[in-house]
Structure formats: C-alpha cells, structure tokens
Design a protein around this ligand. Structure first.
Ligand code: F6R
Length: 253
C-alpha cells in the first residue's frame, strides 16, 4: 500500500504538510531553480494554506522563488467570479504571501470551447517549461476523482475539458449555495499530468472521505476510481486525519 501518515486531526496534518512544503522552499533558497507546486482547491487544503500563511508571517517563509500550477478551474467562470478557483487561491493563499502573480497559474475558465484544447496543451507546456511539478497537493472527491478527473479517467489523460459528475456538483454546491449554479464542465490537469509530479501528497479529512480513501488505496488501479492510479507513483503519500483513516484500521487489524 502507499505510505500513509495519520494525524490526530486536520490541523496537525496540515502543519506536517506545510512543514514539508516550507522545507522544500527553504532548500531551494538562493537557487535559480524555482520550487514548482501543484495546488488544489476545495475545503481540504485550506488548513495547509493557513499554515503556510502563518509560516510566511511568523517565520519569514518567502514565496518569491515559488511557481504554482492549480489542478483545475470551472469552465464558464472568470477570474473575478467569487466561486472561481482563481478567486479561491487569491483569497486562501496568494493574497497573503509574497508570491508574484505572474508565477501563479490556474487554467482559464473563460477560454472559448473551440480554443480549449490549445489552452490545455499550453498549460501542459508551461508546466514542462517550469521544470515539472516538484510537489503536487491533492484532495480526493467522493467519486474517486483527483483534480476533476471523474470516473472513468485513464492514467494517461492530460489537461483537458472534463464533465463533472452529479455527486461532485452536489458536493460543491455547498460553496455555490445552489446546485444549478455549479458549472457542468471544468478544465482539469489529467491523471497523467498529476502522475508526472516528482512527489504527490493526497490529503483527506473526515468520516465522509473514509470509504473513498479505503477504495483508492486497496482496489486494483482502475479508470473507474481515478485515484487508484496513484498506487503506481513512486513518491505518493496519503496524509489523513483519524476519521478519514477510519476504514483502513479494519484492513490492517
Ligand atoms: C480541487 C480538486 C478536487 C477536490 C475534491 C475534494 O482543486 O481538484 O479534486 O480536491 O473535489 O474537494 P473537498 O476538498 O472540497 O472535499
């Protein structure tokens, strides 16, 4: 099974992940090679971003040598839309640290459909030009999605337009207040794009994620549960709180 860290709660888990990110950033200080982070949105990574902001304010952690690529963006939502993932990142991380705006990348939600393929291949090219992703942070959807790679998504998928599952739209309507306001499509890095990262850290908190955590770690890799493809990665770790690890204890017992 992939390596797993289980922490008492999400605050402790987020502190450990933020410390790893800070260590990576500090190890490159003075280097001409920036640290390239792959970032996620949604509720899961928020405590990690809060810890990073704290490290910036209280410990002088600088993001000047950091480049970021977000996993996904809703198609149809502009960067100024309150529910866009660009806004989310500004609000939860970028506006509070010393990262250059030009070093932060989120797929465009406003790209016309006939130019979306071009935009997606340009996003992939930018990641390659930056030297590839050093550390990719992931959340986990209840459908088994990573990024917005809903089932079925193959291990070799690249950044592309994806159709959102109804379960995901319902889960995310929490942020929108109304399911009808949740877009049906998004642009997402592919599973293959994610697997190219040098290191992957998947975060999951709470009982509602326990079953999909169990499935993604224990079922044979399959397009029907895209997170299972992470089992093939040589440097992927799950960071969980007790509740999200709740169904793994039965396996190891
Ligand atoms: C977000 C993303 C999604 C979320 C997943 C879990 O950028 O790519 O895969 O990580 O939907 O969402 P939360 O964290 O809200 O449970």
């Amino acid at each position: 099974m992939l390596p797993i860290q289980v922490h008492a709660d999400k605050t402790a888990a987020a502190r450990a992940v933020a410390a790893e990110i800070a260590g990576l950033i500090r190890s490159r200080q003075g280097s001409s090679k920036p640290v390239v982070l792959g970032l996620a949105t949604g509720s899961t990574p928020v405590p990690v971003y809060q810890e990073l902001i704290k490290l910036h304010r209280e410990r002088g952690l600088s993001f000047r040598n950091v480049v970021t690529f977000n996993l996904d963006e809703y198609l149809g939502l502009g960067p100024g839309h309150l529910q866009s993932y660009r806004q989310f990142m500004q609000k939860h991380l970028f506006d509070h640290v010393d990262i250059a705006h030009s070093n932060t990348h989120v797929p465009s939600g406003l790209v016309p459909r006939d130019q979306a393929d071009k935009h997606c291949s340009e996003y992939e090219a930018m990641i390659r030009q930056a030297g590839g992703i050093d550390l990719q942070i992931l959340g986990l959807g209840r459908t088994g999605h990573i990024g917005f790679n809903e089932p079925p998504s193959a291990a070799n998928t690249r950044t592309r337009v994806v159709h959102l599952d109804e379960i995901t739209r319902r889960d995310n309507s929490l942020f929108f207040g109304d399911i009808d306001a949740v877009p049906h499509y998004a642009i997402s890095m592919g599973v293959g794009t994610i697997l190219d990262a040098h290191r992957i850290v998947l975060l999951a908190w709470g009982e509602s994620k326990a079953e999909i955590v169990r499935r993604s770690l224990t079922e044979a890799p399959s397009d029907n549960c895209p997170a299972t493809h992470l089992q093939k990665h040589r440097n992927c770790e799950y960071v969980l709180d007790h509740a999200a690890a709740g169904r793994l204890e039965a396996i190891s017992a």
